[in-house]
Write a protein that binds this ligand. Structure first.
Ligand code: HEC
Length: 123
Protein backbone atom coordinates (compact mmCIF):
# COMPACT_ATOMS: atom_id res chain seq x y z
CA UNK A 1 0.00 0.00 0.00
CA UNK A 2 2.83 2.38 0.88
CA UNK A 3 4.42 1.74 -2.49
CA UNK A 4 1.13 2.47 -4.20
CA UNK A 5 0.81 5.82 -2.44
CA UNK A 6 4.41 6.71 -3.25
CA UNK A 7 3.78 5.90 -6.90
CA UNK A 8 0.61 7.92 -6.91
CA UNK A 9 2.37 10.92 -5.40
CA UNK A 10 5.19 10.56 -7.88
CA UNK A 11 2.69 10.67 -10.74
CA UNK A 12 1.05 13.70 -9.23
CA UNK A 13 4.35 15.58 -9.07
CA UNK A 14 5.29 14.69 -12.62
CA UNK A 15 1.86 15.84 -13.70
CA UNK A 16 2.07 19.19 -11.96
CA UNK A 17 5.59 19.74 -13.31
CA UNK A 18 4.21 19.34 -16.82
CA UNK A 19 1.36 21.67 -16.09
CA UNK A 20 3.82 24.30 -14.92
CA UNK A 21 5.99 24.17 -18.00
CA UNK A 22 2.96 24.44 -20.25
CA UNK A 23 1.33 27.31 -18.38
CA UNK A 24 3.47 30.46 -18.92
CA UNK A 25 2.76 31.00 -22.61
CA UNK A 26 -1.03 30.99 -22.35
CA UNK A 27 -0.75 32.89 -19.06
CA UNK A 28 1.32 35.52 -20.84
CA UNK A 29 -1.34 35.88 -23.48
CA UNK A 30 -3.94 36.33 -20.77
CA UNK A 31 -1.84 39.00 -19.06
CA UNK A 32 -1.38 40.75 -22.39
CA UNK A 33 -5.13 41.03 -22.90
CA UNK A 34 -5.91 41.83 -19.27
CA UNK A 35 -3.29 44.58 -18.98
CA UNK A 36 -4.77 46.57 -21.81
CA UNK A 37 -1.88 46.05 -24.19
CA UNK A 38 -4.59 45.23 -26.71
CA UNK A 39 -5.80 48.81 -26.75
CA UNK A 40 -2.73 49.63 -28.84
CA UNK A 41 -1.31 46.33 -30.12
CA UNK A 42 -2.46 43.39 -32.19
CA UNK A 43 -0.71 40.00 -32.29
CA UNK A 44 -2.13 38.61 -35.48
CA UNK A 45 -0.19 35.34 -35.30
CA UNK A 46 -1.93 34.68 -31.97
CA UNK A 47 -5.39 35.63 -33.15
CA UNK A 48 -5.34 38.90 -31.23
CA UNK A 49 -6.87 41.22 -33.77
CA UNK A 50 -8.29 44.71 -33.66
CA UNK A 51 -11.03 44.95 -31.08
CA UNK A 52 -13.18 47.17 -33.23
CA UNK A 53 -12.65 48.96 -36.53
CA UNK A 54 -12.77 52.32 -34.79
CA UNK A 55 -10.33 51.52 -31.99
CA UNK A 56 -7.09 53.40 -32.43
CA UNK A 57 -4.35 50.83 -32.60
CA UNK A 58 -1.28 52.99 -32.54
CA UNK A 59 1.25 50.36 -31.51
CA UNK A 60 2.81 47.90 -33.95
CA UNK A 61 1.64 44.32 -34.40
CA UNK A 62 3.75 42.16 -32.07
CA UNK A 63 3.55 38.84 -33.95
CA UNK A 64 7.31 38.74 -34.47
CA UNK A 65 8.53 40.86 -31.59
CA UNK A 66 10.43 37.92 -30.09
CA UNK A 67 12.35 37.43 -33.31
CA UNK A 68 13.14 41.10 -33.85
CA UNK A 69 13.94 42.38 -30.36
CA UNK A 70 17.39 42.00 -28.82
CA UNK A 71 17.50 39.73 -25.75
CA UNK A 72 16.51 41.67 -22.65
CA UNK A 73 15.11 44.57 -24.65
CA UNK A 74 11.41 43.82 -24.07
CA UNK A 75 11.77 43.64 -20.29
CA UNK A 76 13.66 46.93 -20.16
CA UNK A 77 11.34 48.63 -22.61
CA UNK A 78 8.24 47.65 -20.64
CA UNK A 79 9.88 48.92 -17.47
CA UNK A 80 10.62 52.17 -19.34
CA UNK A 81 14.32 51.72 -18.72
CA UNK A 82 15.20 51.97 -22.38
CA UNK A 83 13.94 53.72 -25.53
CA UNK A 84 12.81 52.65 -28.95
CA UNK A 85 13.26 55.17 -31.76
CA UNK A 86 14.37 57.70 -29.15
CA UNK A 87 11.21 57.42 -27.08
CA UNK A 88 10.04 55.55 -24.02
CA UNK A 89 7.12 53.14 -24.36
CA UNK A 90 3.68 54.74 -24.42
CA UNK A 91 2.06 51.86 -22.60
CA UNK A 92 2.50 51.39 -18.88
CA UNK A 93 2.62 47.92 -17.39
CA UNK A 94 0.83 47.74 -14.08
CA UNK A 95 1.27 44.36 -12.47
CA UNK A 96 3.53 42.24 -10.34
CA UNK A 97 7.13 41.38 -11.23
CA UNK A 98 6.05 37.79 -11.81
CA UNK A 99 3.35 38.87 -14.23
CA UNK A 100 5.84 41.03 -16.06
CA UNK A 101 8.29 38.13 -16.35
CA UNK A 102 5.57 35.86 -17.69
CA UNK A 103 4.47 38.53 -20.14
CA UNK A 104 8.02 39.11 -21.34
CA UNK A 105 8.72 35.40 -21.90
CA UNK A 106 5.46 35.17 -23.81
CA UNK A 107 6.40 38.10 -26.03
CA UNK A 108 9.89 36.66 -26.52
CA UNK A 109 8.28 33.44 -27.76
CA UNK A 110 6.47 35.29 -30.55
CA UNK A 111 8.42 34.73 -33.72
CA UNK A 112 5.40 34.61 -35.95
CA UNK A 113 6.14 36.75 -38.92
CA UNK A 114 9.79 35.88 -39.14
CA UNK A 115 8.94 32.76 -41.13
CA UNK A 116 6.95 34.89 -43.52
CA UNK A 117 9.89 37.28 -43.84
CA UNK A 118 12.34 34.42 -44.35
CA UNK A 119 10.08 32.89 -46.97
CA UNK A 120 9.96 36.22 -48.77
CA UNK A 121 13.74 36.60 -48.54
CA UNK A 122 14.25 33.23 -50.20
CA UNK A 123 12.24 34.18 -53.28
C1 HEC B 1 -1.08 53.79 -25.49
C2 HEC B 1 -0.76 52.76 -26.46
C3 HEC B 1 0.06 51.57 -26.02
C4 HEC B 1 -0.22 50.66 -25.04
C5 HEC B 1 -1.40 50.64 -24.08
C6 HEC B 1 0.83 49.65 -25.09
N1 HEC B 1 1.73 49.95 -26.08
FE1 HEC B 1 3.36 48.87 -26.59
N2 HEC B 1 3.88 50.26 -27.98
C7 HEC B 1 3.12 51.37 -28.33
C8 HEC B 1 3.75 52.06 -29.45
C9 HEC B 1 3.22 53.33 -30.13
C10 HEC B 1 4.93 51.35 -29.75
C11 HEC B 1 5.94 51.64 -30.86
C12 HEC B 1 7.05 52.53 -30.37
C13 HEC B 1 8.03 52.80 -31.51
O1 HEC B 1 8.14 51.98 -32.44
O2 HEC B 1 8.71 53.82 -31.43
C14 HEC B 1 4.98 50.21 -28.82
C15 HEC B 1 5.98 49.25 -28.81
C16 HEC B 1 5.93 48.09 -28.05
C17 HEC B 1 6.95 47.05 -28.09
C18 HEC B 1 8.22 47.05 -28.94
C19 HEC B 1 7.92 46.60 -30.33
C20 HEC B 1 9.18 46.50 -31.14
O3 HEC B 1 9.08 46.77 -32.33
O4 HEC B 1 10.24 46.14 -30.61
C21 HEC B 1 6.56 46.08 -27.21
C22 HEC B 1 7.30 44.78 -26.89
C23 HEC B 1 5.32 46.52 -26.62
N3 HEC B 1 4.97 47.75 -27.15
C24 HEC B 1 4.61 45.79 -25.70
C25 HEC B 1 3.49 46.26 -25.02
C26 HEC B 1 2.86 45.57 -23.92
C27 HEC B 1 3.29 44.23 -23.36
C28 HEC B 1 1.82 46.35 -23.49
C29 HEC B 1 0.88 46.10 -22.31
C30 HEC B 1 1.50 46.07 -21.00
C31 HEC B 1 1.80 47.53 -24.34
N4 HEC B 1 2.82 47.44 -25.25
C32 HEC B 1 0.88 48.55 -24.24
C33 HEC B 1 1.93 51.76 -27.73
C34 HEC B 1 1.31 51.12 -26.68
Amino acid sequence: MKLFITLLMGLFFVGSAFAQTAAPVSKGKQIFTEKKCITCHTIESEGIAKKSPTAKMIGPDLSAVGADAKPGFIAKFLAKETDLHGKKHMGTFKGTDDEQKTLVSYLESLKGKKEVKDAKAKK
